[in-house]
Design a protein around this ligand. Structure first.
Ligand code: SF4
Length: 352
């Protein structure tokens, strides 16, 4: 049974830095407020009522949780302790900077119910990190991942492809390094240029060009495939609409409300092409995939089938619970073709 995440955005709290891409006040839509005890408790109970019995995970996103004063961390985690004890809340996750993590911090968080720590790694290239004004290097991220793992907690790495000085090759190496260090999952946020940031100034001065939508999709496809092959979950691609990011806050960059689906659809499109190339130009009687992947396979507005050609448009993509989520089959009168987006995908590196 999947978890339900109860999100709290804690804005710029705890962060002494000003990274070139970041205005946490814009992303969270709140200028520095922290939820109080009553707000935390009421929100958890409200989500509990609509959770359908699924376990709740409380998540504190934004800011730098472990750099907050301990009494502030206590103020946020304190209301959750009775809810953890009576089973209302199953676990807690926080996000923070890699250089705000050490063994003492992780042990303290673990004693207060935190089971997952997400690290704002952004890149594993020191030049990119320096150009972004991060104030830490890649070694700090590696050390933080090791530190969280050593205490038995789950660790995620947030990466920002497309920062100044980044390239697809550097982004790929960054992902490979966080996977090698032991990250359990990653989030991919291709850079979105926010108004009022140093990055917006550089963009407007012609000193920086972010990834466009198509470039971002192509790069994220490569990164997603690499993570899938390594067995590491990509839990998010692109900023969430409910993070309060208004359209007028975005100056430029790779932004789409369904970016993750566009990226996954591209992987399925590549596999459809691959299977179609062996079909002698004949459309199959049916295309089948796992029920959870039908919309990825069809593509937005049936775009994947349209791109294959007119003879494919009338086809329905049918769900088959017996297929793996990564599989597609083409059914003909006398035979079936089968492929997976993970192993039957060869040319992706040349496309970025
Ligand atoms: S460390 Fe995080 S919260 Fe602070 S400015 Fe950078 S991205 Fe924003």
């Amino acid at each position: 049974m999947g978890r339900v995440t109860v999100p709290f955005f804690i804005s710029h709290q705890g962060c002494p830095h000003t990274c070139v891409f970041c205005d946490q006040r814009v992303i969270s839509g709140a200028a520095g407020s922290l939820p109080g005890r009553a707000e935390i408790t009421e929100k958890v109970h409200a989500w509990r009522r609509s959770s359908g019995g699924r376990p709740l995970e409380v998540a504190f996103f934004g800011g730098t949780f472990s750099a907050l004063p301990r009494e502030t961390q206590e103020r946020l985690l304190g209301p959750l302790q009775p809810l953890l004890q009576d089973g209302t809340v199953a676990s807690v996750r926080i996000s923070t900077r890699p250089d705000a993590i050490d063994t003492d911090a992780v042990q303290w968080l673990a004693r207060h119910g935190v089971r997952t720590i997400e690290l704002g790694v952004q890149s594993m290239d020191d030049n990119v990190l320096e150009a972004a004004g991060r104030g830490h290097d890649a070694a700090a991220s590696e050390a933080a991942i090791h530190c969280v793992k050593a205490q038995g907690l789950s660790v995620g790495a947030q990466l920002l492809p497309g920062l100044p000085g980044d390239t697809p090759e550097i982004s790929l190496r960054s992902l490979e390094r966080v996977i090698a260090a032991g990250a359990d999952f990653v989030r991919l946020y291709p850079v979105v240029v926010l108004a009022g940031t140093e990055l917006a100034r550089r963009f407007q001065a012609g000193e920086y060009q972010p990834l466009g939508l198509d470039e971002g999709i192509a790069l994220c496809k490569l990164l997603l495939l690499t993570a899938m092959r390594a067995g590491v979950d990509v839990v998010r691609i692109g900023l969430q609409a409910d993070e309060g990011l208004s359209a007028d806050a975005v100056v430029a960059g790779c932004r789409h409300p369904a970016l993750g689906q566009l990226v996954r659809s591209e992987l399925y499109f590549d596999l459809l092409c691959r299977l179609a190339s062996g079909s002698g130009g004949v459309a199959p009687l049916a295309i089948r995939c796992h029920p959870s992947r039908v919309s990825d396979c069809v593509g937005q507005g049936r775009g994947n089938l349209r791109r294959l050609g007119e003879q494919w448009v009338p086809l329905k993509v049918r769900p088959n619970i017996h297929l793996q989520p990564e599989e597609i089959t083409f059914d003909y009168v006398d035979h079936r073709m089968r492929g997976t987006i993970v192993t039957d995908h060869y040319s992706i590196l040349n496309e970025v």
